[in-house]
Design a protein around this ligand. Structure first.
Ligand code: PLP
Length: 389
């Protein structure tokens, strides 16, 4: 059964590429035939420091050799250390550790409702994405993810993105929070304007409701700031983080202000695996590696990458957008970015997609202009040979 590739006992949730990797090193992955791939996807914004990073690996291994799990019934100084670092880097205070982005959002929703003391409505945005569990799914503003799973959790309203008036008009006496991404990653790499984010911050303060910023995809340096809302000079009430935090080990973090976090008491929330010692050890190293110099490099590389994509002058490209190393290339109608991603894979380039028309580029922070040039020449080759339907 093992070698029969027609059989799969895996639930049919993913459209998988027929490629299996056996080794990773830096920005490269290798399949079982020895073919080399350059990683411009990072496991969907996860392995930001590349594969097998020596310092992250050493930190994780050290904890692995000590012990792997004892539960949250006992103290673990690694969690305290990471919480302190995240509080400092986010401008917030309390941290709850979980394992995934959707769990980080579940915690944010629960914390907000507990703080709200009876207020429960949460405003989120159309094309936003917040995860697959029922809270995250209900906050997600895309019907394609809900279809077949309704009824959703009550109390979620979806309004157009980048539209402050729409949020204003949706606030009721029962509103407890607004949840938003600064860049809609899954929704098409749509960027929020500074005016919008600042407006949301002011509006939430004025109406005494919480601003939750979902940094699951944009956080941990991806945009050139530790958290992307720092480009806009605002501080949310709750921030959710996951994906790249431990460079590939499952971890989620929900970070909130002291005032909001004080609403939570022992027993209100929990997670058996949350803040697993090995994941936390890796995360502590990731956060240390993300110093100012590294963040500046990410922003610069991102600007260079976007400019070089535009300079390709490919007729099928409608728009290049994003911030730092989260880049979306929108193609004209009739061009399938899924087909482009598939063809790029044949050229040894891993890349993602956002919907049908946007190529989602999420390279590791360790790439250089050489890898960018390699990507661009492969893209040029693939797009020139693509048929417009
Ligand atoms: C903004 C955002 N929030 C939440 C999630 C869900 O994260 P996870 O898949 O780790 O549950 C994602 C995943 O793509 C995301 O991009």
């Amino acid at each position: 059964m093992k070698n029969n590739m027609n059989y799969t006992g895996l639930l049919n949730t993913y459209a998988k590429y027929p490629v299996e990797f056996v080794k990773g090193n830096g920005f490269n992955l290798y399949d079982k035939n020895g073919k080399e791939y350059t990683d411009f996807l990072c496991g969907i914004a996860v392995t930001s420091f590349g594969h097998n990073h020596p310092e992250i690996k050493a930190a994780a291994l050290k904890q692995f050799e000590s012990y792997w799990h004892a539960s949250n019934l006992f103290e673990y100084s690694g969690q305290e250390e990471l919480a302190k670092k995240l509080a400092e880097r986010s401008g917030l205070h309390f941290v709850f550790f979980s394992n995934t982005g959707t769990e980080a959002n579940e915690a944010a929703i629960k914390i907000a409702r507990k703080w709200g003391n009876g207020k429960y409505e949460i405003i989120s945005t159309i094309h936003g994405f917040h995860g697959r569990t029922y809270g995250g799914l209900s906050a997600t503003g895309q019907y394609k993810f809900w279809e077949g799973f309704e009824p959703l959790v009550p109390g979620f309203l979806h309004v157009p993105y980048n539209d402050l008036e729409a949020v204003k008009n949706s606030i009721t006496l029962k509103t407890v929070a607004v949840i938003v991404e600064t860049i809609q990653g899954e929704g098409g790499i749509n960027c929020a304007s500074t005016e919008y984010m600042k407006g949301l911050r002011n509006l939430c303060t004025e109406k005494n409701i919480l601003l939750i910023v979902d940094e699951v995809q944009t956080g941990i340096g991806r945009t050139g700031k530790f958290y992307s809302y720092q480009h806009q000079g605002i501080v949310p009430d709750i921030v959710t983080s996951a994906k790249a935090l431990a460079n590939g080990f499952p971890i989620g973090a929900t970070i909130c202000t002291k005032e909001v976090g004080n609403a939570i008491k022992p027993g209100n929330h929990g997670s058996t695996f949350g803040g697993n010692p090995v994941a936390v050890a890796a995360a502590n190293k990731v956060v240390d590696l993300l110093d100012e110099k590294q963040l500046m490099k990410i922003e610069k590389l991102g600007d260079f990458f976007k400019k070089s994509l535009l300079e390709l002058n490919l007729s099928g490209i409608k728009e290049v957008r994003g911030k730092g190393l989260i880049i979306g290339v929108e193609f004209a109608q009739g061009i399938s970015c899924k087909e482009i991603a598939k063809k790029l894979l044949e050229e040894g380039i891993l890349v993602g997609t956002s919907g049908d028309s946007v190529l989602r580029i999420l390279p590791p922070f360790i790439i250089s202009e050489t890898e960018i040039a390699k990507f661009n020449s492969a893209l040029k080759k693939v797009v020139s040979g693509i048929t417009i339907k």
